[in-house]
Design a protein around this ligand. Sequence first.
Ligand code: ASP
Length: 343
Amino acid sequence: MSASSVLLIYTGGTIGMLADPRTGTLRPMDLSHLEEQVPELERIQVQLGTIAFEQPIDSSDMRPADWLRIAAIIGKNYERYDGFVVLHGSDTMAYTASALSFLLENLNKPVIFTGSQLPIGMIRTDAKENLITAIEIAAAKDEEGQAMVPEVAIYFEYRLMRGNRTVKVHAERFEAFRSPNWPALAEAGVHLRYDRASILPHRNGGLKVHGAMDDRVAVIPLYPGIRAAWVEQALALPDLRAVVLSTFGSGNGPTDKAFLSVLRAARERGLLLMNVTQCVGGRVEQGRYVTSQAFEAMGMVSGHDLTTEACVTKLMFLLAQEQATEEVARRMATPICGEFTLA
Ligand code: ASP
């Protein structure tokens, strides 16, 4: 069997930065130095191609247009490679991975995101292991010669997680990501162990790369004492189409009349309201407590066990396709690519 081929797409982030010897400030390095930093790459049995953003960016500067750019690069190179590794800053990696899971319809090859907490040139770096194992996963095939992981995933610190289930939970630890509501797709120890039952099945029909996102989406985190008048201002933004309400516990919020009537009025004007829990794990159960019954009654859409990252990017994806907000509401209630589970 010939060696698998993997395209490495470098977008920026700490993994590819070098510390300025004088000031210590981190700046992006040229991808051509990657093999100098990781000589092990020469020994991997994988044909590597590389492509880099002209201006590598810190992932805090990622915008929906950049997600589309990454999707287009994968679309253009889809037939030439067996898998893809996207090097990306960890800060917003869960958003980009979620967005890509929707933009790459019918994906049947691995798209593995990785990055690191320390730059690749540093002695204690976590980058080398992340990069080498991500490449190995992107190249892995099953007994039938099909991709082992035909979906968008994040590999970080010995764990492979579904991209649209993942959240960044730590600013310093190497173990920076978690997938609270879905099992790891693989664990890397002495062996790379795949949990096949948790990986999406293979898809036929050919890849379709979508080319638009509608960013008229806002997130409002609830907190005790939140003022109805402020929420009213936010919901009155002229071109807003959808709002993710980041709610307490299993989808709860204040029963304050003024607060609820502001939400109800927005809903009646046609704004789509999503209920996503601000807890790291677990799910929304709208109507379970009195404090979420009004949400249910006004037609707020339950986010079930969606992450905020997956909810925001799915909204942007669907709003770009549908003029009718109610059609988006309907499609938000059905999983597209394993991003949530109905109870
Ligand atoms: N600020 C960096 C970024 O997200 C952090 C990292 O790469 O992990 O681009």
